[in-house]
Design a protein around this ligand. Sequence first.
Ligand code: GLU
Length: 393
Amino acid sequence: MNKQLSHRVQSIKPSPTLAIAARAKALRAAGQDVIGLGAGEPDFDTPDPIRQAAIAAINDGFTKYTEVDGTPELKAAVIRKLQRDNRLEYTPEQILVSCGGKHSFFNLTQALLNPGDEVIIPAPYWVSYPDMVLLAEGKPVIVAANIEAGFKITPEQLAAAITIKTRLVVINSPSNPTGVTYSHAELKALGAVLAAHPDIIIASDDIYEPILWNDEPFANIFTLYPSLVKRGVVLNGVSKAYSMTGWRIGYAGGPEWLIKAMKKIQSQSTSNPTSISQVAAQAALDGDQSCIQTMVIAFKERHDYVVERLNNIRGLTCLPSQGAFYSFLNATQAIRNLGLSDDIAFCEHLITRAGVALVPGSAFGAPGYARLSFATSLATLSEALDRIERACA
Ligand code: GLU
């Protein structure tokens, strides 16, 4: 039998974040004592009014296909959210609801990129951006920002990375995996570089928007640099804000020609996102927002605890961050101290010797680092950090 696979699938790897989370789960199921700090998902329950809205949707028989691009009611809620929180105005034709923020970015790359088109991705990056660009036969152009640069690229670096083939630039703030946030001034400075290149599309992945404890409120590059809106795509969703990862609802707002093309891709793949989840997402966006603040207070407390502990462990350093629920630790010294080859061996050491699962930094384009998700209780974090401390001693 000919088992030849497509060159597209051979150009990518399985999602490392999901792979680590699955491995920790499997080890636990096999009876091993493993603390999983790999998965990037809030540990809170989806708030009750959201769950009740979904139950009512099932009982009301709202279980059939919906419009491919989302129900008019949910799209209206998305429009209200973007107006309320981001001061951005959209028509329904400019909104596409998809099966998670990940799917929104996938649709964007599939609709926009031609072979060889370059996509500028600042590193450390979320694991799936480069592989989704490769699936669309584009070329990821990685611009590295190390810990000394606060994990943020400069306008000079962005300008130097732009070529005649640049089609898309990705901005993600607060960032997965670092949790760092670009200041308004920094985003405006990046905007000024992009303003000089009118054919480049800009994607702002705002999925961590509400999980923020910065002095400055959230603002994306389009709110701060309005002339970029006409070629900007806002990517967001309900997964992180309302602890709804499993419901799979993300959305994109952008120029009509591009959203229409993304909708066409979606119409030939998933069709509509789950009808019940759409009702739940509408309840989340239109409902009481205080559930977000409860989570943010907990994440900030855990952040402070984790950063303090990590910086006191031999061979590890970690920057404080302003949002999301990750610490991205520099383990280069610990890797040397332990005589290990790299961050992959370091994370292997931690999972096998200490029973703690982290995601290796190389998965995010930052060898020598590791991502720790603090979306778990303080008691679990305390135990995990004790174990990491012993494993680094
Ligand atoms: N975005 C989350 C993470 O980074 C979820 C898993 C994924 O799709 O990568 O862990």
